[in-house]
Design a protein around this ligand. Structure first.
Ligand SMILES: [Zn+2]
Ligand SMILES: [Zn+2]
Length: 309
């Protein structure tokens, strides 16, 4: 305030209602936004646990699903025990997931031990194992007993992960109705469009979305499939065609989850070129999604999925 001699009316005109309310000691009635980040890793690009918690808080999230990844092929090596230790230190902020290396013979015993230790879901499954591999099917059989969510990194191509989304995902959705599948990453989000370039041409297709994509069909037809909007792939799938994205978000508002998968150190862009991907995704959702859709995507769907609501 430069000049305290404003009349009240001039003051309101100048500053807008919200700060005027604050000035006159009246609290605005708008409720605070609640957010759960559905995809985050400790040790992502070397980020330690305190900076990971700072990311959750800096981005304005109540909690985050912390996803271990027990295979360095996925780019981060983070064990379920490390995630459980984070949960012990920050129980209000951390929702612990479990991931075990499916190439090891003892994975069934280990998953069951992590259920007993307090994990709430499985993933991130990001190993160079195709989606129709019997070990993936066995893992789904086990977690189906617990009705767990399961986050998959879908990336086609020879160096990819869970390859074969187009052929193999739908049969798995039918076979495991109790598993809450969460789709993520390049080949998942490429299928927002009916036009999907081969993975060696582009994993981040740009430009207008062609209607009739696999995601529109699966999200509409199956109760047990969700999408996490994290990383460059999630952001790009909406930003490439905002007009299409606005309708997509509305149609599937009960099936989409806010998530960042961001490695920055404070939820504001520190230590990461290009800034915080979570901030960019929140800004985009604020611009193109209505308030009810945003409430579902930011919080309600994750709370329902995890039984927090
Ligand atoms: Zn991830
Ligand atoms: Zn960030």
């Amino acid at each position: 305030m430069k000049n305290l001699l404003f009349t009240r009316r001039e003051f309101l005109k100048t500053t807008g209602t919200v700060s005027a309310f604050a000035w006159f000691g009246i609290k605005p009635t708008a409720k605070a936004r609640r957010i759960i980040d559905c995809h985050l890793h400790i040790k992502h690009a070397g980020r330690d646990l305190p900076a990971t918690i700072a990311h959750i808080e800096g981005l304005g999230c109540e909690k985050a699903m912390l996803l271990p990844l027990e295979d360095i092929a996925g780019g981060v090596f983070l064990t379920t025990d490390e995630v459980l230790e984070a949960y012990r230190q920050y129980p209000q902020r951390v929702i612990p997931f479990c991931h075990v290396d499916l190439r090891r013979d003892d994975f069934e015993r280990r998953i069951r031990a992590y259920v007993a230790a307090g994990c709430r879901g499985y993933g991130e499954q990001k190993q160079q194992i195709p989606l129709n591999d019997p070990r993936i099917v066995r893992m789904l059989e086990i977690i189906s007993e617990y009705g767990w969510p399961c986050t998959f990194h879908f990336q086609d191509g020879p160096k990819g992960f869970n390859q074969g989304i187009e052929q193999y995902l739908e049969p798995l959705l039918k076979q495991f109705p109790r598993v809450k599948f969460i789709g993520h990453a390049q080949s998942w989000w490429s299928h927002i469009s009916a036009d999907v370039p081969p993975p060696n041409v582009s994993l981040y297709p740009k430009g207008k979305v062609k209607r009739g994509g696999l995601l529109d069909r699966l999200l509409a037809d199956y109760e047990n499939i969700y999408g996490d909007l994290s990383a460059g792939s999630g952001y790009n799938s909406l930003a490439r065609d905002e007009k299409f994205a606005a309708g997509f978000l509305r149609r599937h508002r009960k099936k989409l989850l806010f998530a960042s998968d961001c490695p920055c150190h404070d939820g504001k862009g520190a230590n990461w070129k290009g800034g915080c991907i979570g901030v960019k995704t929140i800004e985009l959702l604020e611009r193109i999604a209505d308030a009810k859709t945003r409430d579902d995507i930011f919080y309600n769907n994750a709370a329902r999925l995890l039984g927090l609501a």
